[in-house]
Write a protein that binds this ligand. Structure first.
Ligand SMILES: Nc1ncnc2c1ncn2[C@@H]1O[C@H](COP(=O)(O)OP(=O)(O)OP(=O)(O)O)[C@@H](O)[C@H]1O
Ligand SMILES: [Mg+2]
Length: 319
């Protein structure tokens, strides 16, 4: 393949333990991440995000299937040469300063460039605290140092496990801008995991949603959003007549809001349908008081998408 994808997995699977108590952490995962994208790997706690990332970084061995980075199986020597990673809870020497920790890592990789370390500390917003021991760092500061460490070797692919964990709102905002810049300005591919929808919504080009080790959705963030913005809320009179007319074409539910004189009709119609909805009502002699596009958040979309699976019963490892 002349230009293989940044990440490609084929039925990637990880089962911990054996027998009845085994946990299928990742099941038959097929991922493909194009170069230059910011790709979000979204899932609730325990979904299998970290386990997947650990397999991508060759920190844990798949039970079945394989993972390739830039067209090479990650288990091959040298396959991860152009990859930088931050995996859950980065480990640093507590008694060394942030700068010293990066220096140790750079020297170990035989790539010690003081000016690169200085620039990275600046970029992740740690320059002012770089001389302090890491033991005195807050969680957010350690997280920033972890991101700097992932970027030390100027990798083409950056894999970040929940990069905004422990950051305050301003720090989250900064980190998002920084991550987008890695792709848009420096042409890197970024793979980030998160359990926060708005994070992925604001940072990523494409997203995979994983739940109980399985991928349940995949696509461009914009596409998933379009899918999630699906309801129109209407106040119209006479109510029964409006409801009846709408039912000919769409799914309709009533919703009473305390304080509102008449109930709302919630119509399962995408926003582009709204002129047709209004036309239909007006054509039937119904007075339309209000039409509101209800933008379902990706959050509630995500809950709905994963709740089908919750209904499947207790978590168990399938054979
Ligand atoms: N070393 C291990 N031994 C046994 N079970 C494990 C191990 N690592 C992970 N698991 C289990 O695998 C499942 C997936 O865990 P994982 O850490 O990959 O989830 P996650 O999506 O990263 O969750 P979080 O959002 O909480 O970080 C969980 O049920 C977890 O308990
Ligand atoms: Mg995790």
């Amino acid at each position: 393949m002349p230009n293989p994808p940044a990440i490609c997995t084929d039925s990637l699977t990880k089962t911990f333990g054996k027998g009845k108590t085994s946990i299928a952490a990742v099941r038959n995962l097929n991922l493909e991440v194009e170069r230059g994208q910011v790709y979000g790997f979204l899932g609730p706690n325990g979904a299998g995000k970290t386990t997947t990332i650990r397999m991508l970084m060759d920190l844990v061995r798949p039970s079945a299937g394989r993972a390739e980075i830039h067209g090479r199986n990650v288990r091959e020597a040298g396959a991860l040469a152009r990859v930088g990673g931050l995996v859950e809870g980065p480990a640093f020497y507590g008694y060394l300063s942030g700068r010293n920790n990066l220096e140790v890592l750079a020297r170990t990789a035989n790539d010690y460039r003081p000016e690169r370390i200085r620039a990275l500390l600046e970029q992740v917003g740690l320059a002012a605290r770089a001389a302090q021991p890491v033991g005195a760092y807050s969680m957010g500061m350690k997280q920033r140092l972890g991101v700097a460490a992932a970027l030390l070797g100027d990798p083409d692919l950056v894999v970040l496990d929940e990069p905004t964990n422990g950051l305050d709102p301003a720090g989250i905002q900064e980190m998002r801008g920084f991550i987008r810049g890695l792709a848009k300005e420096q042409g890197k591919t970024v793979f980030i995991s998160s359990h926060l929808l708005n994070e992925v919504e604001q940072t990523c080009d494409r997203v995979a949603i994983i739940h109980k080790g399985e991928m349940i959705r995949e696509g461009p963030v914009a596409g998933l959003l379009a899918e999630s913005i699906s309801n129109l809320r209407i106040q119209a009179a006479p109510l029964e007549q409006a409801e009846q007319a709408l039912r000919e074409r769409w799914e309709v539910a009533r919703e009473s809001v305390p304080g509102d004189a008449i109930p709302w009709l919630v119509v399962k119609a995408p926003p582009p349908d709204s002129p047709r909805v209004v036309e239909l009502l007006v054509g039937k002699g119904v007075r339309v008081h209000q039409v509101v596009i209800r933008r379902q958040t990706l959050e509630s979309y995500f809950l709905a998408a994963t709740s089908d699976l919750h209904a499947g019963g207790p978590e168990a490892a399938h054979d």
